[in-house]
Design a binder for this molecule. Structure first.
Ligand code: UDP
Ligand code: MG
Length: 326
């Protein structure tokens, strides 16, 4: 797409009626100070509250604001992707709608980009107002992911980042469904650096990432960046059958050469439960990969847009449409 401005800010929203206006105002102050041309691309990810209504109101008076309105909820990572597809800036910033990522940091990010970096990601040095459970699981997840993958995904970063157009284009050219954007950015390479920040409390409303979605995101991350779980599965299978064989010989030896009567039931049940449990969970690991392969093989578009507001026809993005008409 033709570049029409210096900076695009992509904001995914899911039921954010309580925060969206404040977010817009705070972004506006920062962007105006920057003294460059910009656009704000709001992506409504199937909100069921007044979010779209409010953003449409803003669009009517401010033409730097654009809205991509999804036909339903497609998920945060997909919403961010749609925002990138529809953005036209020389640089692109991804930021959450709830003001947990301070918009003021964008100024620093732009400064680092000017120094020649292609990706400037925000690194959380502290997280305010999040439960110890979320902090703990997040910390564990990032470290587990790091140990599982060959891609060097920085610890404690979210999607809050600035990217050069070439990185953004690289990401939007990857049309996989199980998206883990921070991993994809690491995979893409380019010159990357970080700026530290303290992650604030959510300004209002509650998290749109319940445990269920967090687990899903973690599984997506794990399966799209690593096949190590499959390798672990086969190693575990091999080790267990080796142990099984050794035990088989012990049992045979006892039966033939000694007269120890084995009182079998408890050990039989224990072993049977253990092995069945392990077999089933390994099948589950396989299933995670096969399910995702199946999803990808359908080749459906990542999302459907009900309406795009404030995009002039010349700047109308076409990637998804191309995908549909092909
Ligand atoms: N979000 C979205 N679709 C979803 C869930 C979340 O677009 O299905 C958006 C949400 O509106 C917010 C961002 O993704 O702008 C991050 O969500 P949230 O702040 O709830 O996650 P948390 O910060 O608690 O991890
Ligand atoms: Mg948040």
């Amino acid at each position: 797409m033709q570049q029409t401005c210096f900076l695009s800010v992509v904001v995914p929203m899911y039921n954010e009626e309580e925060v969206i206006e404040v977010t817009y105002n705070r972004l506006k102050v920062v962007l105006d100070k920057l003294g460059e041309t910009y656009e704000i691309v709001f992506v409504n990810d199937g909100s069921r509250d007044k979010t779209t209504h409010i953003v449409r109101g803003i669009c009517a008076v401010d033409h730097t604001v654009k809205l991509v309105d999804f036909s339903r909820n497609f998920g945060h990572q997909i919403a961010v992707t749609a925002g990138m597809d529809h953005s036209s800036g020389r640089t692109v910033v991804l930021i959450d709608a709830d003001l947990q990522d301070p918009p003021e940091l964008i100024t620093d990010m732009v400064a680092r980009w000017r120094e020649g970096y292609d990706v400037v990601y925000g690194k959380r040095i502290d997280r305010k107002g999040e439960s110890w459970f979320k902090k703990f699981t997040a910390a564990m997840f990032y470290r587990l992911l790091r140990s599982m993958t060959s891609v060097n995904i920085p610890v404690d970063t979210g999607d809050f980042r600035l990217m050069d157009r070439k990185v953004c284009d690289a990401l939007t050219s990857m049309r996989e469904r199980s998206r883990f954007i921070r991993g994809m950015v690491s995979w893409a390479g380019f010159k990357q650096t970080s700026v530290d920040y303290v992650r604030d409390e959510r300004f209002a409303g509650e998290t749109k990432y319940p445990l269920r979605k967090m687990i899903r995101l973690s599984l997506d991350a794990m399966t799209s960046f690593s096949t190590r779980p499959l390798k672990i599965a086969s190693i575990l299978g091999f080790v267990l059958s080796a142990v099984g064989f050794v035990y088989l010989f012990i049992v045979l030896y006892q039966r033939i050469f000694t007269d120890t009567t084995t009182q079998g039931w408890t050990s039989m049940i224990a072993i049977s439960l253990l092995f069945h449990g392990i077999t089933l969970s390994l099948l589950g690991v396989l299933g995670e990969y096969i399910g995702r392969t199946y999803e990808e093989s359908k080749g459906r578009p990542l999302y459907l847009v009900a309406e795009a507001v404030n995009f002039s026809t010349s700047a109308e993005p076409s990637r998804e449409r191309e995908a549909i008409t092909k």
